[in-house]
Design a protein around this ligand. Sequence first.
Ligand SMILES: Nc1ncnc2c1ncn2[C@@H]1O[C@H](COP(=O)(O)OP(=O)(O)O)[C@@H](O)[C@H]1O
Ligand SMILES: [Mg+2]
Length: 371
Amino acid sequence: MFVTILHNRDHSLLEDDPGREARADVVNVANAMAEALSGGRRRVVVKAVDDVRSVADVLTTDPDVVVNLCESLGADSRGEALVPAMLELAQVCFTGSSSFSLALALHKNKAKEILRARGVPTPAAHIIERVEDLVGLELAFPLIVKPSREDASMGIDFDSVVHDRQALGRVVSRVLRTFKQPVLVEQFVDGREIYVPLLGNSGRKALPLTEIEFGAAFANKPRILSYGAKWDTSSPECIDSPSKLVELPTAIRKRCVEVALAAFEALECRDYGRVDLRLDGANEPYVIDINPNCDLHPAAGFARSAQAAGLSYGDLALHLIELAQERHHGHSTPRLSGPNAARRTAAPHRDLHGRRSGLRARADRRSRPAE
Ligand SMILES: Nc1ncnc2c1ncn2[C@@H]1O[C@H](COP(=O)(O)OP(=O)(O)O)[C@@H](O)[C@H]1O
Ligand SMILES: [Mg+2]
């Protein structure tokens, strides 16, 4: 089996890129995955991509499965959804969520609209495109201000939690100026931060939950995972905010998993991901972030939760490939039998399947011929 591990290579593009460290770390994940998957009958290559052409070049090598770790393309977060769009058009089997789900998760305000429509609890929020839009804002303080289309805590520091209109105006202007995208102003939920890692499709399961333990470094600061607290490993805030496996009382755990599964399904996420929650004073969970293709670093929370559930990093890597192949081929191996046997064709795209025979015929014609 020919496995290609795809990752973005854009951390050096901008010296002062506000997400530089976050973008560099993906190389370490790709190498760890390559090591985990090497062996057996697999040929594994790691490919760094930085533009559409380099993704197209990878497609010409005809991989059996792509492990898609791309979080951006050319230092633009929107590229996270564009890489799988190209893989989909080429009908290549790849791990993780679709272009559609990744784009939705990245547009936090749209994701929240869907959650609200489905009754999944998420903090009240408004999207702000210009500072003037703040005039009509009717949300009670404290609030948190974040870029609406980033992840990895980009644009979030301790000033992001605001208690009055003056600070709100100041932070909103700064985020609008720096990130050149609408800003999300959201109700600040000052409670525990719980992560629910999810694995699987038809039998989707929550892996053991983790909690961010905010320690003494947060005595005079808002208890949030700011960019520094996440990435500046020498900072007191990073050292003092470890994520740890957590045993919650059964009813609270059940509710957290129920809410996380509902959020994951609402965006049609698949294979693996993590839903981040904050609990309010009554221990009711609110979805603050949905991470479809979450960090797969062996030392990060998802892999540690998998480990706690009895899945080693190697088992996890193999399982992710199996999940992708089951979805794509309706079977967990890409070839009918033996290494030189014909490749299974892709199942017709589910969304084109519909009830209309015309569409189905077109979908069938477009499916990849057996080689
Ligand atoms: N509504 C909120 N209430 C309390 N804390 C929040 C809220 N939104 C974000 N945070 C804090 O900010 C961090 C980053 O926010 P998040 O929405 O997860 O952004 P990203 O997509 O960049 O990871 C969270 O881990 C959490 O600590
Ligand atoms: Mg987050």
